[in-house]
Design a protein around this ligand. Sequence first.
Ligand SMILES: C[S@@+](CC[C@H](N)C(=O)[O-])C[C@H]1O[C@@H](n2cnc3c(N)ncnc32)[C@H](O)[C@@H]1O
Length: 344
Amino acid sequence: VEKAYFGSYSTFGIHREMLADRVRTEAYRVALEENPSLIRGATVLDVGCGTGVLSMFAARGGAGRVVGVDGSKEIAAFAQRNVEANGLAAAQGGPVSIVSGVVEDLCRQDELVPGVGQVDVVVSEWMGYALLFETMLPSVFAARDRFLRPGGAMLPDRAVMYLALGGEGSSGLGFWDRVYGLDMRPVRDHLAEDARKAGIVKEVPGGEVLSDPAVVRDLDLCTATRADLSFNSPFALRTRGDCAGREVHSLVLWFETPFSERFCKDRPTTLPTGPDTTATHWVQTVFLLRQPVTLAEGEALEGVISYADAKEHRALDIGITCHVSDGQGGQRCAQSNVYNMSVV
Ligand SMILES: C[S@@+](CC[C@H](N)C(=O)[O-])C[C@H]1O[C@@H](n2cnc3c(N)ncnc32)[C@H](O)[C@@H]1O
């Protein structure tokens, strides 16, 4: 799994996709380049530096020292070359040092690079589909706990997960209902069965979100630990007035990572990935219900969403248990399902 994971980051296609995602990359650029009171003169650790883009943003933002680390040897070599192409490398008198290695291994060393024991800022782009799929967040926690000075900054400093009701069009499977006038519902039903095992990563049109979102997890990245990444969160969702009577087919999940005023005092920003903003490469994750439901006025879809590490490394089991509640103790349409998101 580790070989496949780091191998995937050694190809340029994935880095291009991330860099071309402007919502993502701009949020980091603003945090690093437009917050001089945080970055100017600071020592910054970039966990999983990839092409070196965030390390170079930090350098442009005035950082005194920047250490970029990547576990993919191939991409770390290009990060080094990119940093040199921009005249920002330590050997050129610039602030940036690139280290090829898995950050957990560096945690066993006294210093990240000679002369850098503690850092003022840890920056990392660690987010996966449904926030925690293939997550590298535990690696970021390890680096934080080992190298961040007390009171130092995490960028981003929070991660908030949202859940909302999804309409019939949220899954995109309706495509197969009628194709050039032909009935291809056997394909739809087959794909729906697969989707009920794993969830669907796709862009959900805003009009297919039938409720206001509920926050199901709000992680403080300065203090959260690995244990906080497994959780059970209750939710209660009601159809929005303008969507009354529409069938609920799914639960739609997305996240946002704020770079809040806690550390970004000059220009706080956020990285939203919801259906109401420009799509990012994370889009949304759709969990198809076993049984669609229609909520009458006063009714809510109530339940619990749970995240747990799956058996396979880097895989995730997302459980959803829910029922329709009339608010007075009456319940119907109870259902539950586990969606396994795995690397292969
Ligand atoms: C999502 S990419 C982000 C790349 C770059 N920071 C950017 O914003 O374009 C994550 C990177 O982290 C690296 N990575 C993941 N886990 C790591 C670990 N434990 N130690 C070092 N690098 C890691 C991957 O190889 C990959 O290049």
